[in-house]
Design a protein around this ligand. Structure first.
Ligand code: DGY
Length: 322
């Protein structure tokens, strides 16, 4: 079967390489956004979606021939995956190709937060070094810390491996302990927070993880505590975090993700004890190219072989008739 005429919908913005790769074999239809759901005759034979953002249930319902949603990103919280699964629609994501890049960024963000390296660079760039002298000593350091990982999937493990080389103690919390690891396991998040002084969040954004880093967890982390989030903003209760940072309940935070991106609360930006990044953990040209290729390859594989390359666990489907 020739795949050249299969129609692929791309709602919203996406890496240009996804479009270029898809256009080699498919008819690509672009719409500004998934909201409101588009109504047009063109939608009737859309069989795939490539997306970096949201795919609400209503969009799936408006596309009677939809078979696969290829998500640009390992986290697929923008896609209503339960609805896709119920309708027999496959969802794929982009695991593995970004693991090392995100882990690298997590370490960079941790060091920036503790050692205030972005602020030190601004000190130099603004001429303050020559005018005023040395940048003030950083109150915090990685030395002697115990780091707790909230989440120990592929990226969590890659972060832990890097942390081993830094000579810090490592502990973790997941739903159940992972076999064959020397890191201390904690069955509750609050228990992990109480046992460590540095908490790295690398869980997916789901209903189960939503706002689980709350008042109780931040208090347990304590006044020397540092929170790093490279997972999803929805996992952290942002107002509780701002309060904890303001009042010294914890010492600092490094955040690459936020509850309502790209909006970042002014109150957070005004704080001196935070390091903030605009969701760039995987954002190098090489890694984003690899993610783009995997999006296009998932759609191509689905129509050629009847199987996505990297389907998410909720939709382990094969194509009907394949
Ligand atoms: C992901 O893949 O989910 C990342 O957050 C995108 O950078």
């Amino acid at each position: 079967m020739s795949a050249t005429r299969i129609r692929v919908l791309v709602p919203g913005k996406i890496n240009q390489r996804v479009i270029d790769r898809l256009a080699e074999r498919f008819e690509v239809v672009r719409i500004e956004s998934a909201d409101p759901v588009p109504v047009s005759a063109q939608m009737q034979d859309v069989r795939a979606i490539a997306v970096s953002g949201r795919v609400p249930a209503a969009l799936m319902d408006a596309l009677p021939q939809l078979e696969i949603i290829a998500n640009f990103g390992v986290g697929y919280d923008g896609v209503e995956v339960g609805h896709a699964a119920a309708k027999g629609i496959t969802v794929s994501n982009t695991p593995d190709v970004l693991t090392e890049e995100v882990a690298d960024t997590a370490i960079g963000l941790l060091l920036n937060t503790l050692r205030q390296l972005p602020q030190a660079e601004q000190w130099l760039r603004r001429g303050r070094w020559s005018r005023e002298g040395a940048f003030p000593l950083s109150p915090l350091s990685l030395r002697g810390r115990t780091v707790g990982l909230y989440g120990l999937g592929r990226i969590g493990l890659a972060i832990a491996k890097r942390l081993e080389a830094f000579g810090v103690s490592i502990a973790y919390h997941t739903r159940s302990p992972r076999e064959g690891l020397a890191y201390a396991y904690h069955p509750t998040l609050a228990g992990l927070a109480a046992a460590v002084d540095t908490l790295v969040v690398i869980v997916p954004g789901t209903e189960v993880t939503q706002r689980t880093v709350n008042d109780e967890v931040l208090s347990a982390l304590g006044s020397n505590g540092v929170l790093i989030n490279v997972g999803r903003g929805s996992t952290v209760d942002e107002p509780a975090l701002i309060k904890a940072l303001r009042t010294g309940v914890i010492a600092g935070a490094g955040l690459d993700v936020f509850e309502n991106e790209p909006q970042v609360p002014e109150a957070l930006m005004a704080l001196p004890n935070v390091s903030l990044l605009p969701h760039v953990a995987s954002a190098s040209v090489a890694t984003r190219n690899a993610m783009a290729d995997l999006v296009a390859d998932n759609i191509a594989a689905w129509f050629e072989t009847g199987k996505a390359l990297t389907p998410v666990p909720e939709t382990p489907f094969t194509r009907r008739g394949a």
